[in-house]
Design a binder for this molecule. Sequence first.
Ligand code: IPE
Ligand code: IPE
Ligand code: MG
Length: 246
Amino acid sequence: MQFPQSGVPNHVAIVMDGNGRWASQRFLPRSVGHRAGVKAVRKTVEECLNRGIRVLTLFAFSSENWRRPTQEVNLLLELFLLTLDQETESLNTSGIRLLIIGDRSAFSQALQDKIALAEGMTCHNNRLTLIIAINYGGRWDICQAVRRIAQKVSQYEVRADEITEASIAAHLSLAGYPEPDLFIRTGGEQRVSNFLLWQMAYSEFHFTQTLWPDFDEQAFGDALADYANRQRRFGRTGEQLKTPDS
Ligand code: IPE
Ligand code: IPE
Ligand code: MG
């Protein structure tokens, strides 16, 4: 097993934004931007393997993206299905575990089956875990966790006063995975857009103007260099970090 060197994040989470603007700049339909975005996903996964990053979470479709024109929503979901079909085999060969997070109950049975198949096929891999957030919202995630915990309380499996931060985290979509060390958003907007709200409490944020289809080795390298220069204090003082026993 390959472990990242110090200064390399274990878990990178990315809001892949800017596909539409990338296409508009070229007088092309937004769909072309989304297709170009898939290529950037491939490059980013490759780069994670090269650098020994263990978990990569990509925001592909938010719970708010249903507000887009039906045609675009359909295209995004079709593109996801197509990519799943085309890439699962090669992800598996590369030792990548695939995990899909989000509310899949909104998807057709065919898509739900494909997701389950892809997850099952890759579940023994551990070189990199690729997590795709689709029909995902941070608020939805917290809400479904609360609902499941409340159910356990009502069935006397746990007491309300036994609920802890750890037990809430254990019911969230990323249960068992480390929290994102580095959050990247491409496309110039500086917002979270309902991504991993709970899990990003202590992530380092990196925003870049680069539009997602242009996100390459260089842009990823810049984000990682930015991260390597951060001092993660988790509430402590900088002095305490220099003398760990204080
Ligand atoms: C990100 O690109 C892809 C998704 C949200 C699915 P956008 O489609 O949001 O691109 P812009 O922000 O309009 O440029
Ligand atoms: C966030 O991008 C969601 C994804 C990248 C999937 P949006 O482009 O939908 O975000 P807003 O609406 O500009 O905040
Ligand atoms: Mg956008």
